[in-house]
Design a protein around this ligand. Sequence first.
Ligand SMILES: Nc1ncnc2c1ncn2[C@@H]1O[C@H](COP(=O)(O)OP(=O)(O)OP(=O)(O)O)[C@@H](O)[C@H]1O
Ligand SMILES: [Mg+2]
Length: 134
Amino acid sequence: MTPARSGTHPILIEQDVVLARQLARKLCQECGMRLIDLTKLVTAVSELARNTVVYGGGGHMDWDIIEDQARTGLRLTFRDEGPGIPDIKLAMTDGWTSGGGLGLGLTGAKRLVDEFVLDTAPGQGTRVTITRWA
Ligand SMILES: Nc1ncnc2c1ncn2[C@@H]1O[C@H](COP(=O)(O)OP(=O)(O)OP(=O)(O)O)[C@@H](O)[C@H]1O
Ligand SMILES: [Mg+2]
């Protein structure tokens, strides 16, 4: 698996969530992703980018178009230097929110992608990496 092309996109305010969605959509199209898969990935981007703004205090979305022998995909990492998540198991429970949300962002995003990795600890910020193959 080699990254064919990559970049990074700041996510500081709500407007950046919209821009992150637009960028992800464009990258999915470059990967030749079907509309159904594109829609799933862009929905996951909305949730993760919003968490970056709301809980992480802003951060970045790193992107890689990846290729293996057989296929092309898009890998995105949402990273922030916010407070981190003290209890990953709880955060990955449907309906659990520390704020006034629905508590469906992380679990929903996980269901919408092929690979989902959450790396976080209190005081260490949060990184969520998702991959969707075309
Ligand atoms: N980047 C982050 N930094 C710190 N805490 C986070 C981050 N992302 C998620 N969390 C924590 O995980 C919880 C669950 O996140 P999730 O997105 O699933 O639900 P939510 O944001 O509360 O509600 P919604 O369904 O509206 O997204 C959040 O309430 C928050 O406590
Ligand atoms: Mg959320």
